[in-house]
Design a protein around this ligand. Structure first.
Ligand SMILES: NC(=O)c1ccc[n+]([C@@H]2O[C@H](COP(=O)([O-])OP(=O)(O)OC[C@H]3O[C@@H](n4cnc5c(N)ncnc54)[C@H](O)[C@@H]3O)[C@@H](O)[C@H]2O)c1
Length: 414
């Protein structure tokens, strides 16, 4: 179980941790952060006064909206919140810009301030040694007394999950195991993958006493951005399991730099893992399925960032990568539909993995900013992806291909 909520927010157990948001928040010249006393000098609490100020304004804005049409002249604070409303009212105003009208409506330096990226936010993907390990989710398998559609079962299937040693990939691997599949966890960190493979099998035994067979979970090394490594691991998995029916591509990461200052070598690495890695595994597994003349189901892990632009952290290359992943799913779905291979994309919103729990515990202001933008008012749990991935991999989704399945608490519909 992970820690408790942030700043009075009520998250359920297991919350907190947005891996892939890899985080050491830094400032860049020209910005004057408020330090948090951590070592290294460059790791700070994210513009704490600014974010708290924004959050206060957001709350004030909500209160004003709930009561009555806001008076933009009654106080300094209400003048500051006015732009949020002015943005809406502007849709009904004449197209030609009227400065006096803008001023009356509160437009000015605050206009759109909650919808901007903030170039002072920089986030580096942490070193492997700084990555927290996860525990299997408890009590989600159960004794299967509750009836459900047989078509949701993955029994008899072999699934390969990239990035399965940690975070979302690990929880989705567990969902597949609970649903009866054998699973091959593929990750850069084979040691962690091995440990988790054993934990998943043990967890299955604990939750299914007397089970006649326990799904076989194996661990494998690969760098998903390296074509030779991908070919080798696909062959290794086929050698050990006999076949692959399902693929989930969860290996991926994000970093945060403003576009102008984003180091090019890091962009290439990010696209290599998120996009090339997805492409290489999809084509490798599809080729194997076609050689077997077998049907199969592939799920890419994209992100809501493939459809919207997150604020305040700047992450243009990641957003573009996830848009590519989403459209790659649709494109391959069309290309392989007649072969019985389905390809879909799950696009999570802000999810609380072990890594992001650590990040957000250190920076609760960022959590508040994010949750203020989510209709459900909370970040997602990795477990929230369990049903989605099992559904898309299973025969229950037999007529679903090329789809994007957003699991984001409603973030992208506002
Ligand atoms: N956590 C979120 O809030 C969130 C939201 C939307 C999308 N996503 C996406 O979900 C996926 C999983 O994210 P996460 O939060 O679980 O991240 P995570 O960092 O917890 O786990 C990622 C795993 O991928 C592995 N990996 C990284 N690079 C690799 C490589 N080159 N080859 C093989 N394995 C590699 C890591 O070792 C790690 O085990 C990513 O694609 C991420 O972009 C995450």
């Amino acid at each position: 179980m992970y820690g408790s909520g942030h700043g009075g927010q009520c998250y359920s157990p297991g919350e907190c941790g947005v891996a892939g948001l890899a985080i050491a928040i830094k400032t860049i010249p020209g910005h004057i952060p408020k330090g948090n006393g951590r070592k290294g000098g460059d790791i700070i609490k994210l513009n704490e006064p600014t974010i708290m100020f924004k959050n206060t304004l957001l709350k004030q804005a909500s209160r004003v909206a709930a009561s009555t049409r806001p008076s933009f002249t009654s106080s300094a604070a209400s003048r500051s919140v006015a732009p949020a409303f002015a943005q809406r009212y502007l849709h009904a105003t004449p197209a030609l810009r009227d400065e006096k009208h803008d001023e009356e409506q509160g437009a000015g330096e605050h206009s759109g301030q909650f919808a901007r990226t903030d170039e002072s936010i920089q986030v580096d993907y942490p070193d492997e040694k700084d990555m927290p390990s996860s525990k299997p989710v408890q009590g989600r398998g159960g004794f299967h007394f509750k009836r459900t559609l047989a078509s949701f079962s993955l029994e008899g299937n072999v699934g390969l999950v990239t990035g399965g040693a940690r975070g979302l990939g690990l929880v989705m691997s567990q969902a597949m195991v609970i649903s009866g599949a054998d699973v091959a966890i593929v990750d850069l960190n084979k040691e962690e993958a091995q440990k988790q493979a054993e934990l998943l099998m043990q967890s299955f035994r604990d939750e299914n006493p007397g089970a006649e067979s326990v799904p076989n979970v194996t661990a494998h090394y690969a760098d998903v951005s390296n074509p030779d490594s991908v070919s080798a691991v696909i062959q290794e998995v086929i050698d050990q399991h006999g076949k692959i029916d399902n693929l989930v591509t969860s290996a991926g990461f994000t970093e945060n730099f403003d576009a102008i200052n984003y180091p090019y070598d890091r962009i290439k690495k990010l696209w290599g893992v998120n996009v090339d890695g997805t492409y290489l595994f999809a084509t490798g597994v599809a080729k194997h399925l076609m050689e077997r003349d077998a049907k199969g189901s592939i799920v890419f892990i994209g992100s809501m960032s493939g459809a919207i632009v997150n604020v305040p952290q700047p992450q243009a290359p990641y957003n573009a990568a996830k848009a590519a992943v989403r459209h790659l799913a649709a494109s391959l779905a069309v290309e392989w539909a007649h072969k019985g291979i389905r390809v879909n994309c799950i696009s999570p919103g802000y999810m609380l993995t072990a890594l992001t729990k650590k990040i957000l515990d250190d920076n609760p202001e960022l959590a508040q900013k994010w949750t203020s933008l989510i209709p459900q008012g909370k970040m997602g749990q990795p477990e929230d992806l369990m049903g989605a991935v099992v559904f898309l991999l299973s025969d229950a989704a037999g007529y679903v291909t090329g789809a994007e399945f957003r699991v984001d608490g409603g973030y992208t519909v506002t």
